[in-house]
Design a protein. Structure first.
Length: 257
């Protein structure tokens, strides 16, 4: 009898532990995922996805196959890879990364061609509370940062893709009474005043590495995506020491991370 009671107690504890590891991720206020750090959890995400452009930042990795199961095949996933500035205009360049899936804490833009509605992800995975912003500095010294909102976040001083105008991935200055709900992303800029942010898209197969087009000792001129020369007489081996961005060298786009 004691043995049966012991077995029953152990089973009850096991069921309780399993229940504690099921996480319904809030896409409104956010979830305190740090409570589950280091644990493998059964995670459910119900995220409202608009037809058109959305932003997305999740506290776990999601493979390309898992995204396809939730969204179908007709979507684009892109990450910020470069910024350029001309006066008060800043161009954000995004590159296709659909094949890589989503990395935990990283900010993305997502184009969905289907009908607006709730989309569900259910997977067993580890959660992270670490948001991983992407930051770039323009030649004029303005720092541009794209970050995800782990919790509902004040919109003041930030730029976002507005639900009422999301046919283009255009980041617009957000009014002071607006917020970013959890799992959405926003852009901030350093310095005073507002900028006009524009978006450029590039496919991953358009970008190559410097080693693929030039020998290490070859001397090159380097241009930004607006056609402005940003460096002259640079050894190919030193191109990767430039500020992270996309550059044009010998007519080819080069990504410096």
């Amino acid at each position: 009898m004691k043995k049966l009671l012991l077995i029953a107690a152990v089973a009850s504890l096991s069921l309780s532990a399993t229940a504690q590891k099921r996480v319904n991720l809030s896409t409104y206020n956010g979830t305190q995922v740090e409570k589950f750090a280091g644990q493998t959890c059964a995670v459910d995400v119900n995220r409202y996805i608009l037809s058109g452009w959305n932003t997305l930042c999740l506290p776990m990795d999601v493979s390309a196959d898992q995204l396809k199961a939730a969204l179908g095949a007709d979507y684009r996933l892109e990450r910020l890879v470069a910024v350029e500035q001309s006066g008060r205009e800043i161009i954000l360049t995004f590159s296709d990364c659909k094949a890589d899936g989503i990395k935990a804490g990283a900010p993305y833009i997502l184009y969905f061609a289907g009908e607006t509605g709730n989309k569900k992800l259910s997977l067993t995975t580890e959660l992270t509370s670490n948001v991983k912003p992407l930051s770039f500095t323009t030649a004029e010294g303005v720092e541009v940062t794209m970050s995800g909102a782990a919790v509902k976040t004040d919109g003041r001083g930030k730029y976002g893709i507005l639900a009422i105008d999301n046919s283009d991935a255009r980041f617009t200055s957000v009014d002071g009474d607006k917020v970013f709900y959890a799992t959405r992303c926003y852009v901030t800029t350093s310095g005073a005043g507002q900028y006009e942010l524009k978006t450029r898209h590039t496919d991953s197969n358009e970008i190559t590495g410097i080693a693929d087009i030039a020998a290490a000792d070859e001397v090159l001129d380097v241009f930004n995506l607006m056609g402005q020369r940003v460096a002259a007489g640079v050894r190919a081996a030193d191109v990767n020491n430039l500020e992270p961005n996309i550059y044009v060298v010998k007519g080819r786009k080069i990504l410096v991370k």
